[in-house]
Structure formats: structure tokens, C-alpha cells
Write a protein of this length. Structure first.
Length: 425
């Protein structure tokens, strides 16, 4: 009898330690290890931020060990008509696209289709014998260059250490050189393809020697191009068949279909007096228009092109937290997840944290400055969407707004703090 009791106890213990395979809604927060009273502080904070006009609205979600303990919307999708923001709104997630493209690259890596230290010139010849920017003339955007010390690699792209800058939102040198050669941030491009743009990019100078700095740039757009070249599919088709459909992500798109167009969340910005106004016209210092997710194109930006719901993206993050598995589907191995979420930039500076293969990674120093545990990985998007995954606490956190610039960016860290203080398990 004692042996039977011991065996049952072991089986139950193992069951509690298994990663959740699918996120599920639960009846109350206490069942998920959170205090309902403490979670109300998030309600109060979000409503206060709306009242103070720090944001028009937001959707937040917290998943603990596969259980949704918080999923609420606050504020308005339209301030003028006081139309409430809905939980299933589709948000422009911009640079949150990067994590999905990084997963696609790692899937091809696992299939033996590429190596992380492959030179990009192996796939796109214009990246052979690149040069590095030396001197730049602001007056006429001319420059001098020196030879690159080494070829940039797939690993350099995943870690943003290649020396490739960002168009429109990068340094003055990158902005000018890329604009002159019709290289954009990747949003709202109509009469071009990703391969066309990346082929032109290969002919342009790097902003620094590969591997010597962390420079956030068009690296992941280039990775998306590699996915297309190596797989023989468009990035859209690869994402849909290999990631979105297996995970059940039914509301994530490069270009939102007409029947769901009304769910695209309105984008706001602050005027000169700090009041919120609905965004019209161009975005990101360039020709991109606010309704770009509704404009069909064959240009799929692996660095910024997707729009999604907070639930869909939570499913994607839960897959990562589950070591690559979700609802019985194994997208990546646990060792690939380990590679993606560990320091891959060595001693290069990224504040107190580091960068993996597609994610910012919380260090011991970083954890000493915030509630997040060491090993938490995260990123966000240019239009005020953010996410964190804390493997030690088994938590996925997402906080979505739609703002083009904001003087109240600290609400993101306040949301994260409000999440951690509500844990009572």
C-alpha cells in the first residue's frame, strides 16, 4: 500500500511539473496563483492612465503556467465616440514580428537547411566583400568606407551585431544612405519585393565592423528574406503553414483580410500639448500610412510587418515557454529555445541586459533592478506593444497599446511591476 501511495504521489508530482501545452481560461485568479485583489491594481492603473490621457486604451494579458489569470481591455478604441477598446482587437505589433521570424530561421536550422554561422553572401551574392562606413558627409550624404573584417553571418543578424542599421528610424547616417537607395523600414511597401530590397541593402556599407557592437537594424528583414530563399516559400506562406496554423493563431497577418479589417485598432499620437490625437498621414518618419496592415503587397517584412491579437501572440510565447511545444505540436527543440534565450553577444553592451537569438535577455544585474527573474526574455514593437516571458516564474505577460510615440513610456514598467506584485502562489 505504501509503495502504491508513493507511486501515485510521484505521478501527480510529475504531472504538476509538466509544462502547460495550451493556455486556458480559468474561473478565478487564485487558481492560477494570483491574488484577485492585487490584480485589481492593474485595473485601477490602466483606468487612471486613460483618464490622464496617457493612453487612449490598452489590452493586457497575464498567463501563469498556462492559465490565463488576467485578460482585460481598458479605455477606448476611438476617443471621440468613446467606443470601447475590445480584447480581441488586432494590433500593429511591428518589431514583435522579429521573434516569429527568428523562430522560422531556427526551424530551418533544425532541419539542416542552414547553419547559424553561414555567411549571408552564400544566399545573396551582393553581401560578398562588404564595406564599413568610415566618414560621412551630412551635406550631400556621400561617404567613404573601409573593408569589412569578416562576412556577416546569420548569427550576426539574429543578435543585431552585423552592423546593418535601420531605415527611417536609425542613425542619421543610416537614414540618409538607405533613403537614397530606396531602403525602408519595411512597412507599407507596395511595388517591390523583400529580395529586391535586401539585394540593394547588400551593396551598402555596414554602420560598424561585424560583431563589434549591438546595432538595432534591418537584420530581421534580411532573415525573412533568407527564409524565403531557403524554404522556397513566401514568408507569409511559411509563417501560415509552419507556425500560425499549428499553433491555432487565427488572427495574425501581414495583411488583415477585409472581413476582419474593422478589428484593426486605431493608432494615436500625442500633439504638442500632450493631448492624444488619432494618427493620420505618415508613420516612422517616412511614407508609411497608418492603415498599412490593410494594403495588400508581396513585400513581407520579417522585422516589422505583422499585426496580431494579444491572445494569438500569447499562444506563440507560451510555445516558447513550453520549450518549443504547444498543444501537441513541437515547433522547436528545447535546445534551440536554450540558444535563443541565452546571452549571444558576450561582453557587448545592451544596458544591464544581454541579447539572445531574437530576444533581450534579463541578466543577474538586470534582475537586481526589476522584479523580473534572471533569464526573462522580452521585446516589443514601435507602436507601443510589449511582452515578457519569465521561465522561472512560468509567466507570459503582454501589454498592448497603439501609440506613435509617447511621453509616458514608464507605464510599461509599471504594468510589469503590477503583475509581479500580484503573485501569491
Amino acid at each position: 500500500m505504501k509503495q502504491l501511495f508513493f507511486l501515485i504521489s510521484v505521478i501527480l508530482l510529475q504531472a504538476t511539473l509538466l509544462p502547460a501545452q495550451k493556455i486556458v481560461q480559468i474561473a478565478n485568479a487564485a487558481a492560477g496563483g494570483f491574488s484577485s485583489n492585487r490584480l485589481e491594481r492593474i485595473d485601477n492603473a490602466m483606468n487612471e492612465w486613460v483618464q490622464k490621457e496617457w493612453m487612449n486604451g490598452a489590452v493586457a494579458m497575464i498567463v501563469h503556467d498556462g492559465k490565463i489569470v488576467y485578460h482585460k481591455a481598458a479605455g477606448y478604441n476611438d476617443l471621440a465616440s468613446k467606443t470601447p477598446l475590445q480584447k480581441d482587437g488586432i494590433f500593429r505589433i511591428a518589431s514583435q514580428t522579429k521573434a516569429i521570424t527568428s523562430v522560422a530561421i531556427m526551424m530551418l536550422f533544425e532541419e539542416g537547411k542552414l547553419l547559424l554561422d553561414d555567411p549571408i553572401s552564400k544566399y545573396i551574392p551582393t553581401f560578398n566583400k562588404q564595406v564599413v562606413l568610415d566618414k560621412f558627409n551630412t551635406a550631400d550624404t556621400t561617404y567613404t568606407s573601409v573593408p569589412s573584417k569578416k562576412d556577416i553571418t546569420i548569427r550576426d543578424l539574429l543578435t543585431h551585431t552585423s552592423g546593418i542599421g535601420y531605415a527611417q528610424i536609425g542613425s542619421k547616417e543610416a537614414n540618409a544612405i538607405y533613403a537614397k537607395n530606396n531602403i525602408t523600414s519595411g512597412l507599407g511597401v507596395i511595388n517591390s519585393t523583400l529580395l529586391d530590397a535586401m539585394t540593394r541593402l547588400g551593396k551598402l556599407p555596414l554602420m560598424h565592423q561585424p560583431g563589434e557592437k549591438f546595432t538595432y537594424g534591418l537584420n530581421t528583414d534580411l532573415l525573412g528574406c533568407l527564409v524565403e530563399i531557403i524554404s522556397g516559400s513566401t514568408l507569409n506562406d511559411f509563417f501560415t503553414s509552419r507556425i500560425f496554423q499549428p499553433l491555432g493563431m487565427k488572427d495574425t497577418y501581414f495583411f488583415i483580410p477585409q472581413e476582419k479589417a474593422a478589428r484593426l485598432v486605431n493608432l494615436y499620437k500625442e500633439d504638442s500639448l500632450g493631448h492624444l490625437q488619432k494618427s493620420i498621414g505618415s508613420l516612422l518618419n517616412g511614407p508609411t500610412v497608418m492603415n498599412y496592415p490593410l494594403l495588400k503587397s508581396s513585400y513581407y517584412s520579417g522585422g516589422a510587418g505583422l499585426s496580431s491579437t494579444i491572445y494569438d501572440y500569447a499562444v506563440f510565447l507560451q510555445m516558447l515557454l513550453n520549450n518549443g511545444k504547444y498543444n501537441g505540436k513541437q515547433l522547436l527543440s528545447r535546445n534551440s529555445i536554450r540558444l535563443m534565450t541565452m546571452n549571444q553577444i558576450g561582453d557587448l553592451s545592451l544596458g544591464v541586459d544581454k541579447f539572445g537569438l531574437g530576444f533581450q535577455v534579463e541578466t543577474e544585474r538586470g534582475s537586481a533592478r526589476s522584479p523580473a527573474r534572471e533569464g526573462t526574455f522580452s521585446w516589443g514593437g514601435a507602436f507601443a506593444t510589449s511582452y515578457w516571458v519569465d521561465p522561472k516564474e512560468k509567466i507570459v505577460m503582454l501589454f498592448y497599446r497603439q501609440l506613435q510615440g509617447s511621453t509616458h513610456g514608464d507605464v510599461v514598467e509599471k504594468f510589469r511591476q503590477l503583475t509581479y506584485q500580484a503573485i501569491v502562489d
